[in-house]
Design a protein around this ligand. Structure first.
Ligand code: SF4
Ligand code: SF4
Length: 129
């Protein structure tokens, strides 16, 4: 069963959204700063947004390692290496410290067992969250 995003809005910052011309690691201009529903155009949001579910939402790792809490957003991707799991940092160093590092270690082990490539995408210093 899929988890609920709750207050998380990590993908609305970390991912690039082609339909909106939104670059990676930049808060979406439609993000609302308060309220339980964070998307200001929820009913008309692009399909890219509506269809996205990160690995945590699909059940990967412990509930406490939600992307906005552990600082690492995991998602499936087809890359030049083949089927991959991307670990995108929400802030610089998130994948090598604390809960983020624990989640990455778990991902590394699971990718090794399942033949997936683990790609770590580091964040630039000063990424706004
Ligand atoms: S990063 Fe995952 S849990 Fe967070 S809002 Fe996006 S889909 Fe939901
Ligand atoms: S349009 Fe809405 S769901 Fe899509 S990135 Fe922006 S705030 Fe998030």
């Amino acid at each position: 069963m899929e988890r609920k995003c709750g207050e998380c809005h990590a993908c609305c910052i970390t991912l690039g959204i082609e339909d909106l011309n939104k670059p990676k690691d930049t808060p979406c201009p439609h993000l609302k700063t308060c309220g339980t529903r964070r998307c200001g155009i929820y009913d008309t949001r692009p399909g890219e947004c509506a269809d996205f579910a990160c690995a945590w939402k699909r059940g990967f790792t412990k509930a406490r390692y939600r992307p906005d809490r552990c600082g690492v957003l995991f998602y499936a991707s087809e890359s030049t290496f083949g089927s991959s799991l991307v670990a995108a940092e929400m802030w610089a160093g998130a994948s090598s410290r604390g809960d983020g590092a624990i989640a990455v270690a778990q991902a590394s082990s699971e990718c090794h067992d399942s033949g997936l490539h683990l790609l770590i995408r580091t964040a630039a210093e000063g990424v706004e969250t």
